[in-house]
Design a protein around this ligand. Structure first.
Ligand code: G4P
Length: 283
């Protein structure tokens, strides 16, 4: 993860590649991380995708707070998108994506039928920032060994389409765009959830950010996992970090405690969590 370096030239290239491929598809599956649905979106996504119909795919549902996920689904629907929460890793609810696509594209399918096409078809592509689970979604959605090369107008020869069912085909490679990194809070959210490489942030800052979040949102989970008493869990975060370093056997190594918190949060050991809600930040 985090092997892509986003220099301006690379961003322009990524954008062009996605825009070229967009010409080939009827709809877009925008994959985001359900723990950070807005922070894990590309900042120019709306501009790039334009008016093309879209399904917001909130992936990693297993790691996110279910109540907040429901709020996000409502929010995206209120903006006119289709939206679904899935757990691609454990292949949960993915079969609803082709069904949603057909629902969203009912008019186009009806038109094809009216023109006498017996098996109407839809083409889509997955787009998102690195690490949100695009490849996992793609791999889980396709039926094995049914890759078909494009032989229709507008489909380049080396472009592969993979069938999810008799109607919906997906472009074989996902569109990869860059994350938002100009805002520090967004950067910390992406770092805590593992969407950006560990080398581009300081683990003590991110660990502290995470610790504060869990102190507010899930103090009991913190108490249970790290054997804290009621007084300790309400200490100012930087003081609690020192306590934790001691309890974890790291002496006064604050950074190692921070690293452990990040690791445990990503693993779901502090329970499912979502760092933002639709009408503002969760902090
Ligand atoms: P990308 O194409 O968008 O870059 O993401 P990719 O599919 O490679 O997934 C990134 C990481 O997220 C992978 O873990 C993958 O297993 C995990 N993942 C994808 N979907 C889900 C999900 O719904 N729930 C959970 N919990 N995890 C998910 P990794 O640690 O990079 O690799 P690995 O441990 O699977 O080998």
């Amino acid at each position: 993860m985090g092997t892509i370096q986003w220099f301006p030239g690379h961003m322009a290239k990524a954008r062009n590649q996605v825009q070229e491929k967009l010409k080939l598809v009827d709809l877009v599956l925008e994959v985001v991380d359900a723990r950070v649905p807005e922070a894990s979106r590309n900042p120019m996504m709306n501009e790039i995708v334009g008016a093309k119909p879209r399904i917001m795919v909130l992936n990693k549902k297993d790691l996110a707070d279910p109540a907040k996920t429901a709020q996000w689904i409502d929010y995206y629907r209120s903006l006119g998108y289709e939206a679904i929460a899935i757990d691609a890793q454990h292949a949960k609810r993915l079969n609803q994506i082709p069904a949603l696509a057909k629902q969203l594209m009912a008019a186009k399918l009806a038109k094809q039928k009216a023109r006498g096409i017996r098996n109407p078809s839809l083409r889509a592509m997955c787009i998102g920032i690195p690490n949100v689970g695009k490849s996992t979604v793609l791999n889980r959605l396709i039926k094995k060994n049914v890759a078909v090369t494009g032989n229709r107008p507008g489909v380049t020869k080396n472009q592969q389409w993979l069938k999810t069912d008799e109607t919906l085909s997906l472009l074989d490679t996902p569109g990869i765009l860059w994350p938002k990194f100009d805002d520090e809070t967004i950067g910390m959210k992406l770092a805590l959830t593992g969407a950006i490489a560990d080398s581009v942030f300081q683990e003590d800052t991110v660990g502290l950010y995470g610790l504060q979040f869990f102190q507010q949102e899930a103090p009991d989970k913190l108490r249970f996992l790290y054997h804290l008493n009621a007084d300790e869990v309400t200490l100012p975060a930087h003081e609690l970090m020192v306590v934790l370093a001691g309890k974890m056997g790291f002496g006064d190594n604050y950074n190692r405690a921070a690293e452990r918190i990040i690791f445990d949060a990503r693993q779901g050991k502090l329970g499912p969590f979502t760092l933002e809600v639709p009408d503002g930040d969760a902090e």
